[in-house]
Every structure is written in structure tokens, then in C-alpha cells.
Design a protein around this ligand. Structure first.
Ligand SMILES: *[C@@H]1O[C@H](CO)[C@@H](O)[C@H](O)[C@H]1NC(C)=O
Ligand SMILES: *[C@@H]1O[C@H](CO)[C@@H](O)[C@H](O)[C@H]1NC(C)=O
Ligand SMILES: *[C@@H]1O[C@H](CO)[C@@H](O)[C@H](O)[C@H]1NC(C)=O
Ligand SMILES: *[C@@H]1O[C@H](CO)[C@@H](O)[C@H](O)[C@H]1NC(C)=O
Ligand SMILES: *[C@@H]1O[C@H](CO)[C@@H](O)[C@H](O)[C@H]1NC(C)=O
Ligand SMILES: *[C@@H]1O[C@H](CO)[C@@H](O)[C@H](O)[C@H]1NC(C)=O
Ligand SMILES: *[C@@H]1O[C@H](CO)[C@@H](O)[C@H](O)[C@H]1NC(C)=O
Ligand SMILES: *[C@@H]1O[C@H](CO)[C@@H](O)[C@H](O)[C@H]1NC(C)=O
Length: 564
């Protein structure tokens, strides 16, 4: 981002006519009094690195994000802005196979086209090349995956989805926002709670959603059709916005599509475990002995903080009930019905999610003690009796562990498949099913189950759908339909209606393309009487799954998930 001498504004032509792209001049958008110029690849226009909040650096560190004042001047939005500081050191287990390493590298480690900085609250808008200023296109607000401590908005290329949306005749706009990570975005502790500055990373996302309401029209977006899309921590973030503020979504969004990112069991921000994280961090920065430790953290040099956070093997930055963003524990907000009712929800997961959780196992020994530690990480206050019950429900039998249906294969170290099975159910299968059960029949809910992209060892694990969803696959089609109508089924399957000009990005609607979008069968909504999951099955086929598998195990976990 830089302020430059004013450029010529390329005027956009009106609705229903094709704008002629002028390669020699960059695409521009007017925001308040500013001219924003972006970059075109001939198919899509990207406006990158637009600041939506004031810098959260220095004295603004560990403070609520503050919206930017009205824009003025000329804004160079041709390149990604600075990404939020990444924290945490990852240690790779010795038992990882080369297949597994390859999967991790290609799935979660895309090249970073930018650099990292504490001043990072910027967002990106990608629109179809020929969108006119009077268009009202649905908006996909992408919340990047992060484990709440790594990566950035660059981690999926939104141009692919936008270009594909035009190809199938249902153009969408992509917005991706940066949010603070690690201790800058997710510092717990009673000091943080008292100052009202918990879950700042989620507050950053929220501010970006308010920005969309204010500015999306300038890009041809329809602020009344906003879908939050995310995977992993990005998916959990997306659905957290439904329980934020006790369920008041401020009409900032209307659909949520979360991949492997449910409302997981969480703790209070000032509980003993979270307080210890704060105390350790503050001590490492030498801020323990001062009256106002938060102020001490703001006064500290960012390189000092990064020296502590960047080398932390703790890697435990997470969301917690802070009393502001989450008025109560998120799982209780869900159980109590304090959730946005007027939002359509798609949730899904991969078959073998928990195999990725085994990366936490650095030793080559897994035994009951290790599995108990895994259970207590999510349920610190669980009774000994309930731990014993879980150990019994998940016996050490590789044939029933994850990756599922692989017999005795892939038992990489003893009890590895047992660990993977229970971890996946705790983090994904159980909370997704609980949300589906509690919300079905009250608001639209669809659930998918991903069985493709099988990797020896991992199976179809966390992130398996990434090449599909972010690579113009059949899942992309369903997301695009959902962004338009809040139903993942193509409209011609359910409610054939005559094409309208306003939904075509200015180009005449090509109905022949719609045949391409029926790459999936009809996807019935989940209901308590028919809890059907749509399966993305091997070899690009589809199937339906009765969402009652492992019900003894998952129902028991969900008794725990309904409690503090
Ligand atoms: C916009 O910013 C980028 C990155 O700083 C720079 O390379 C480019 O020259 C700038 N464009 C213009 C027209 O100044
Ligand atoms: C955009 O989609 C079209 C098909 O509609 C394809 O031919 C083209 O290669 C795509 N462009 C990019 C940059 O992906
Ligand atoms: C904290 O203080 C100790 C003792 O003065 C010093 O060795 C250490 O480097 C300090 N740590 C940081 C992060 O500044
Ligand atoms: C939602 O939360 C508010 C405030 O936290 C509380 O007063 C209300 O009872 C809750 N509603 C439900 C349905 O639990
Ligand atoms: C369980 O495994 C851990 C290491 O992973 C080891 O420290 C511990 O001694 C083991 N416990 C038993 C009872 O074997
Ligand atoms: C997928 O196709 C391959 C090659 O045709 C076949 O060997 C394999 O059994 C198929 N897998 C499934 C699950 O149908
Ligand atoms: C799904 O499974 C449950 C429990 O096994 C069973 O009662 C129900 O009939 C099944 N539903 C379908 C549609 O097969
Ligand atoms: C778990 O127990 C501790 C007391 O040891 C308490 O402070 C904490 O709030 C409890 N956690 C929950 C989620 O109730």
C-alpha cells in the first residue's frame, strides 16, 4: 500500500453491458474520496492489502481494532499487504513418512508472497473482470486457516474461485482479511479479560465484516449476501461469529461454510490453564513485576515479544470465553441457543481428521497416559470415571482406528490409530454432529464428509478437500451456489428460474454452463429425522452417509461437549 499521484479513473460501464478491459490501465475502485487501483489477470481484478483498521502495533497492541477513517488520495492495491506476525515453532515427529511430509508441505505451506509485520490489518477484494459498479454479487468472506498462529490471507488463491464462479454463470466476489495471530490475537488471562481485549483476532475479523457492509457495494458486491468461508481455525472462526455477542450477528453475514472447523469445547479465558499461559508469557518478557503487565507488553519491543512467541513450543494460542466476544463458553452458547438463527450453515469434515492431530505425538510411545493427556487437553475438568469410559470406548485395536477401513495398515507406531480416532472425534466428528443435531430443524444445515485425497498414513485427513474447494472442483460449485442462494444445490435442481441479468457479472447468462454445475447429486439438508451427510467419495463419486456412525463414542463425547 502506498499513496501515489492520482491516476486516471477507468469508468465502469453500466449493468448488463460488458466492460472492456484496458490492459494498459489498472482497474480502479472509488472508496470514499480515494481512488484504489488494483491489478487484473484478464479474468479477475484483485484489490490487495487495503487497510481496514488502524495499525495494531505498539500502543495499539492488545487493544480492540479501530476502524480506519474515510479513505482519501490514491491507494496502490496491487500487492498483498503485510501479513500478521506468525508465532510458534513447529517440531516434526521422527516417525513422519515422506508421503506425510509431502502432504503437509503442499497443503499447508503455500509460498508467502508478502512479508510479516505487526501492522497487518488489511484485506483483499477479488472481483470478476467484467463486474459493473451496479452489480450486486454475492460475497465470499474467506477466513484463512491458521491454527490461530500461522499463515496469512495468501494461503488460498481467491482468483481461482472467482474465475470459476464466472465460468459457471454465478459470479461471486472474494474478500479475505488478515487477523492477529498468536499472543497478539489470542492472549488469554484475567488481565486480558478485565481490559476487554480477548479474542482480538476474532474482533479483527468482525471489523473486516463491518467493512464489507460499508464498502462492498463499491466493488459490485451485495452486502445482504455474505458467506463466511473457512477451514480449520478459519472455519471455527466462521462459526464462532454465529455465537458471538450471544448470537447477534449484526446482520454482517448470512451464510457460514466451515470445513473441519466446528465449535469445539473451550475454557474460560481466566481459568487456571489459560492464566498460566498469560503468566508464562508475561514472565518471559520480563513484565511480571510491574503493576500493569498489559501496558508492559505494549511498551515492549516487538522483536522481544517475537523472540518469546516465535520460539514458543507451547503453540497453544486458542480462543476462550472472554466475556465480550464470547459472553459465555462457546459450547454453552450453542447449547443454550444463543446463536444466529437467520444464518444457513454448511459444515463438513474429512474421514480421517485425527490422523493430523498425531503430529502432537513427538515420542514414539502412545499409552493410556498419553491418551488421557490428549483427552484432558480438551476436557481439563473431566472426571476419572469419564476418562476410563473414553479409554474403553476407544480400545487399542488398529482395525477400528483412523485412517478408517484400512485394517491393520498404517499403525505407524503402537496405538497411533487409536490416538488418531479419538482425537478426530473430540475435535471434529463430535462437535460437528452436536451442532447439526442442535441446529437442524431450526435453521438450514448441510453436512458433508470428505473421503478423497487419500494419503498413505494420513488417509483423508485435515485439509484433504483443499485442492477441490480452492481449485475449482465440484465442492467449489456447491459453495458458489450456496453463496448465491444459501442452498448448496444448484438452483435448477431445486427451483429452476429464468436467468436474470443482475446475477451474471454483466455478461449474458450462459445456461449451457449450468450443466457443468450439477457435478454433485441433490444434497438434502440435515435433519434430526434424516441426519444425512453428503459424501465426497473416492474417484470423484458421491454417496450419502447416515450421520449416526460411531454413535456410542460420539454421543458420549457430546455429553461432555454440552458441559463447561
Ligand atoms: C504499487 O506498489 C508496488 C509495491 O510497492 C510497486 O511495485 C508498484 O510500482 C506500485 N505501482 C505504482 C503504479 O506505483
Ligand atoms: C478462467 O476460467 C477460464 C474458463 O472459464 C479458463 O479458460 C482460464 O484459464 C481461467 N483463468 C485463470 C487465470 O485461471
Ligand atoms: C529478562 O531479564 C533477564 C535478566 O535481566 C534477561 O537475562 C533476559 O534477557 C530478559 N528477557 C527478555 C525477553 O528481555
Ligand atoms: C443468551 O445470552 C444472554 C446473555 O448472555 C442471556 O441473558 C440469555 O438468557 C441467553 N439466551 C439463551 C437462549 O440462552
Ligand atoms: C507412557 O508414554 C510416555 C511417553 O510417551 C512415557 O513417558 C510414560 O512412561 C509411559 N507410561 C507408561 C505407564 O508406560
Ligand atoms: C478408484 O478407481 C481405481 C482405478 O479404477 C480403482 O482401482 C479403485 O478401486 C477405485 N476406488 C474406489 C474406492 O472405488
Ligand atoms: C441411520 O442409523 C440409525 C441408527 O443406526 C437408524 O435408526 C436409522 O434408521 C438409519 N437411517 C437410515 C436412513 O438408514
Ligand atoms: C475447571 O476447574 C477449574 C478449577 O480447578 C476452574 O477454575 C475452571 O473454571 C474449570 N473450567 C471450566 C470450563 O469450568
Amino acid at each position: 500500500m502506498a499513496i501515489l499521484a492520482p491516476l486516471l479513473i477507468v469508468l465502469h460501464l453500466a449493468l448488463c453491458t460488458l466492460a472492456v478491459s484496458v490492459p494498459s490501465r489498472p482497474p480502479t475502485i472509488q472508496l470514499d474520496d480515494a481512488t484504489v487501483f488494483g491489478v487484473s489477470d484478464g479474468w479477475t481484478r484483485s484489490f490487495l492489502g487495503i487497510p481496514f483498521a488502524e495499525s495494531p502495533a505498539g500502543q495499539m497492541r492488545l487493544q480492540l481494532p479501530k476502524a480506519v477513517p474515510p479513505y482519501s488520495g490514491t491507494i496502490n492495491a496491487t500487492q498483498f499487504g503485510k501479513q500478521c506476525l506468525n508465532t510458534g515453532a513447529s517440531t516434526i515427529p521422527s516417525w513422519l513418512t515422506s508421503d506425510m511430509k509431502t502432504y503437509l508441505g503442499t497443503t499447508f505451506g503455500p509460498p508467502n508472497p508478502s512479508s510479516f509485520d505487526e501492522d497487518c490489518l488489511n484485506l483483499n477484494v477479488i472481483v470478476p473482470e467484467n463486474v459493473g459498479p451496479l452489480e450486486k454479487l454475492p460475497i465470499v468472506a474467506y477466513i484463512f486457516f491458521s491454527g490461530f498462529d500461522f499463515s496469512g490471507t495468501y494461503n488460498e488463491d481467491g482468483r481461482i474461485m472467482v474465475n470459476h464462479s464466472v465460468a459457471i454463470g454465478e459470479p461471486v466476489i472474494w474478500v479475505s482479511m488478515n487477523y492477529r495471530l498468536g499472543p497478539y490475537g489470542f492472549l488469554p488471562g484475567k488481565e486480558v479479560k478485565e481490559a476487554g481485549v480477548g479474542n482480538l483476532g476474532l474482533q479483527d475479523q468482525r471489523l473486516a465484516l463491518r467493512w464489507i457492509q460499508k464498502y462492498a457495494k463499491a466493488f459490485g458486491g451485495d452486502p445482504s449476501r455474505v458467506t463466511l468461508l473457512g477451514l480449520s481455525a478459519g472455519g471455527s472462526s466462521a462459526i464462532f461469529h454465529t455465537v458471538a455477542n450471544g448470537g447477534n450477528n449484526e446482520n454482517l453475514f448470512h451464510g457460514v461454510w466451515t470445513e473441519s472447523g466446528p465449535i469445539q469445547h473451550a475454557g474460560y479465558i481466566d481459568d487456571p490453564i489459560n492464566q498460566a499461559i498469560y503468566d508464562d508469557f508475561v514472565a518471559a518478557v520480563n513484565c511480571s513485576d510491574v503493576a500493569d503487565s498489559l501496558q508492559c507488553l505494549r511498551d515492549a519491543d516487538i522483536s522481544t515479544l517475537q523472540g518469546v512467541a516465535g520460539n514458543s513450543t507451547e503453540n497453544f494460542w486458542a480462543t476462550a470465553a472472554d466475556g465480550v466476544f464470547f459472553r459465555d463458553l462457546p459450547q454453552l452458547e450453542l447449547v443454550n441457543g444463543n446463536i444466529s438463527q437467520n444464518v444457513a450453515i454448511v459444515m463438513g469434515l474429512s474421514e480421517d481428521e485425527g490422523t493430523l492431530n498425531t503430529l502432537a505425538v513427538l515420542d514414539t510411545t502412545i499409552n493410556d497416559t498419553v491418551i488421557t493427556g490428549l483427552i484432558k487437553k480438551t476436557y481439563p475438568n473431566i472426571t476419572d470415571g469419564d476418562v476410563q469410559k473414553l479409554l474403553t470406548l476407544y480400545p487399542d485395536d488398529p482395525a477400528i482406528g483412523a485412517p478408517y477401513d484400512t485394517g491393520t495398515d498404517f499403525e505407524i507406531i503402537p496405538q497411533w490409530k487409536r490416538y488418531a480416532s479419538i482425537a478426530g472425534d473430540i475435535d471434529f466428528d463430535a462437535p460437528i454432529r452436536l451442532t447439526a443435531q442442535l441446529r437442524a430443524d431450526k435453521q438450514p444445515v448441510w453436512v458433508y464428509y470428505y473421503e478423497r485425497n487419500f494419503v498413505p498414513g494420513f488417509g483423508s485427513t485435515h485439509g484433504a478437500e483443499i485442492p477441490n474447494m480452492y481449485g475449482a472442483g465440484d465442492m467449489t460449485d456447491l459453495l458458489i451456489h450456496f453463496a448465491s442462494t444459501f442452498n448448496p444445490n444448484p438452483s435448477f435442481l431445486t427451483n429452476p428460474s429464468s436467468p436474470t441479468c443482475s446475477s451474471t457479472g454483466g455478461a449474458p447468462r450462459d445456461t449451457s454452463k449450468e450443466a457443468n454445475t450439477a457435478r454433485a447429486p441433490y444434497w438434502p439438508a440435515y435433519s434430526t429425522s434424516a441426519p444425512t451427510y453428503l459424501v465426497f467419495a473416492a474417484n470423484d463419486t458421491f454417496a450419502y452417509l447416515n450421520g449416526t456412525y460411531r454413535s456410542e463414542q460420539i454421543d458420549f463425547l457430546n455429553t461432555l461437549n454440552k458441559q463447561p
